[in-house]
Design a protein around this ligand. Structure first.
Ligand SMILES: Cc1ncc(COP(=O)(O)O)c(C=O)c1O
Length: 684
């Protein structure tokens, strides 16, 4: 993170060579090379080839708990790595080294540390950073910067500030330590300090931090305040309550008088750093920095699709490693994927299967849908939301949508409820949650009257990463089960794939059984080869190859949410004043991670047909799509269930006007502005 952020800030002033270890980094205008710092020969060769004037040595194992557990690895990277850097420079006496150290060299017992205060690290990370300092200072001209930073991490791992934004955006509660005081500085400010320190040729040890200090809890509140997130989700706790592997220093605030004096500048406060961080985020600096990876996102096409998968090199690696392992299917990746999904969504159980459709089918089977049952769903959806009922010989009943949200209307559901109703499948269209609480209340009331259970199965195929009243869609707070799809156009993909979430242990057991032929094995069975088929199930298993891809994809969800939001905000801003166009309505109590961006277009007013608009967009290299042709108007439903045009006026009116334009996190600024320009030209 730091190396990349410094390179980004200083790339116009210096010729920079960036070294990375295992995560490829691409920065426009900068050469980057893979290098293992622990390979003496490799590093020496690079140094002798490039002959740097300056080395900014940021490479370090910075995970404090990992350092405690893997002390040997921490020593190798943080101490021996530094030794290798210094030794490689023996023929380059004029090369300046800047060694990035840490505030954790101090013990945190008194706070407000100056460089002359005694060092006394409490954990192994701090100790290795201190030993690294000693190695680096063997050269007289070395500058050691003791610091604590937040910035833009280009890998999936998030910096503290990014993690706070991502967790709060997902509606997760987080804990903020009220007794850890620090003087964190924004990486871009540290880059400026480094630039100036080079000009002034500073050497020796300097604290290099913000001019103020606050607790990590207060830091969280300030981030939430700036980014308009819910501060109440941050709980104030003492670090003593957290069970961390490594001991932590508490008050590691740093005094920066020495640096202020020697640079002749005022250093920014934490508040100023955070404001700058916020401004940079609204100027899409984060996207620019993170976009460095876009050159390696697949597929690479000139056409901008309405939605598509984003596969990067880490995804590919994840799949490759399963291909090299002994289990292509029925191996450990399935459970790992399910646990990661539960962790993200907050449901008790997740059962992954080989499509969203399979997930819907299993959910209906578990709900016991049979030939005498009716299940109410939306017609503004993909056919799978209704087909699953037919697979169970049930009768799908379509209820009309609410014309503002395009989601199934609760009033319309109420009109269709009767003694035969056994289930409701609300579809969170485009990613925005249906109004689940009133739906849940209505169904529980009707169950009392009718004397039987009515299952609620959420079809959240579009809604990964969305919230309803601060809880994740998928947590089943107001439903029995929720399904999602991992088809390539969805938020994350496994090629084909899906999941059923539930909080009900029996449903979970039944889903697992039906996913694999209805076959079970018994633990500690004296006959180790025995299996029994106790129900009629299917082969709806997903492979380990796919699950590994899913695990890797899921790690990118926080970035997916941020990126989609940036694109949606730009679209809304540009399209809100177009007379013949209606932008999506966002329900305030939902924080929606939209899967689709749907415009309602008054085709009569613009005197063009939908086909003509789609054709004009296509000429500009932009793919658009219609979501959806109402399911009740499909020949199969007309023929078998007697549905027809005219049944659902709001769904049909919506269908006449809708058009989905491109929305995917793989879109860079250029792609977004190409879409805006073309849409404005055609519809404006
Ligand atoms: C709303 C909805 N439900 C269900 C599905 C079916 O998912 P899958 O394609 O993974 O079977 C889709 C897929 O497009 C969908 O959009």
């Amino acid at each position: 993170m730091l190396g990349n952020n410094i390179a980004y800030c200083l790339k116009d002033k210096y010729e920079i060579l960036g070294l990375y270890h295992s995560h490829p980094v691409f920065i426009e205008g900068i050469q980057t090379i893979e290098c293992d710092l622990l390979s003496r020969k490799e590093f020496c060769n690079l140094v002798n080839r490039f002959k740097p004037d300056v080395i900014i040595h940021c490479a370090s194992l910075t995970d404090v708990d990992a350092c405690e557990v893997e002390q040997d690895k921490a020593y190798q990277i943080n101490v021996l790595g530094t030794q290798i850097v210094m030794e490689a420079l023996k023929d380059l006496p004029l090369t300046k080294v800047i060694y990035i150290s840490s505030d954790l060299v101090y013990d945190g017992k008194k706070g407000n540390y100056s460089e002359t205060d005694p060092v006394n690290p409490l954990n192994y990370y701090g100790l290795t950073k201190l030993k690294g300092e000693i190695e680096a200072l063997k050269r007289e001209t070395t500058l050691v910067l003791r610091t604590n930073i937040f910035g833009w991490n280009i890998q999936k791992k998030l910096s503290l500030a990014e993690w706070i934004i991502s967790e709060l955006s997902c509606g997760h509660t987080i804990q903020g330590f009220n007794d850890v005081i620090f003087s964190s500085i924004y990486t871009f400010e540290l880059a400026r300090i480094i630039d100036l320190a080079l000009k002034k040729n500073l050497a020796g040890i300097y604290n290099s931090a913000s001019s103020t200090s606050i607790s990590k809890y207060e830091f969280g509140l300030q981030v939430a305040g700036l980014f308009g997130l819910d501060e109440k989700l941050i709980h104030s706790i003492s670090i003593d309550q957290a069970s961390l592997k490594a001991k932590r220093a508490k008050n590691i605030s740093l005094l920066v008088n020495k640096l202020t004096k020697d640079l002749g500048i005022k250093l920014p406060s934490i508040k100023e750093c955070l404001q700058e961080f916020y401004q940079d985020s609204s100027h899409q600096i984060s996207t620019k920095i993170k976009n460095v990876k876009l050159s390696n996102i697949y597929p690479q096409t000139d056409i901008i699709p309405y939605g598509r998968q984003s596969i990067d090199d880490e995804d590919i690696q994840a799949v490759v490693s399963v291909l090299k392992s002994k289990n292509l299917t029925q191996g450990p990746k399935i459970k790992e994927f399910e646990e990661a999904l539960c962790q993200t969504i907050g449901a008790k159980y997740a059962v992954v299967v080989n499509s969203g459709t399979a997930a819907l089918h299993l959910a209906c089977l578990v709900a016991g849908i049979k030939s005498t049952d009716e299940v109410i769903t939306s017609s503004n959806t993909f056919v799978a939301s209704a087909n699953c009922v037919v697979y169970c010989k049930g009768h799908p009943i379509f209820a009309d949508i609410d014309p503002t949200t395009y989601n199934i209307s609760i009033q319309e559901i109420e009109k269709k409820l009767n003694n035969k109703t056994r289930g409701i499948i609300p579809v969170h269209f485009a990613g925005q949650s249906c109004d689940m609480k009133p739906l849940h209340d209505l169904i529980r009331k009707k169950e009392q009257v009718m004397g039987h259970k009515i299952y609620i199965i959420e079809d959240a195929s579009h809604a990964l990463g969305s919230l309803y009243e601060n809880t994740s869609v998928g947590s089943c707070t107001y439903s029995d089960m929720t399904i999602m799809s991992f088809h390539p156009v969805k938020h994350i993909t496994t090629g084909e794939g899906g999941v059923i979430f539930t909080n009900n242990e029996n449903f979970n057991k039944k889903l697992i059984l039906l996913r694999s032929h209805g076959i079970t094995r018994y633990p500690d069975d004296p006959l180790p080869w025995r299996y029994e088929q106790i129900d009629l199930g299917y082969n709806y298993r997903i492979t380990d190859i796919q699950a590994a891809l899913g695990i890797s994809q899921l790690k990118k969800l926080p970035l997916d949410i941020l990126k989609r939001r940036e694109i949606i905000n730009s679209y809304n801003e540009q399209f809100k004043n177009l007379e013949s166009v209606q932008i999506p309505f966002e329900v305030p109590k939902c924080a929606t991670n939209f899967h689709l961006y749907v415009l309602l277009i008054d085709f009569e007013k613009i005197k063009m047909t939908r086909s003509q608009v789609m054709g004009a967009l296509k000429e500009d290299g932009i793919q658009s799509q219609v979501h959806y042709i109402p399911v009740h108007t499909q020949p199969f439903y007309k023929n078998h269930f007697g549905t027809n045009w005219g049944d659902l006026p709001n769904t049909e009116k919506y269908y006449q006007k809708c058009l989905s334009i491109p929305l995917s996190p793989a879109m860079n600024d250029l792609a977004v502005s190409r879409v805006i320009k073309s849409v404005t030209k055609i519809l404006g």
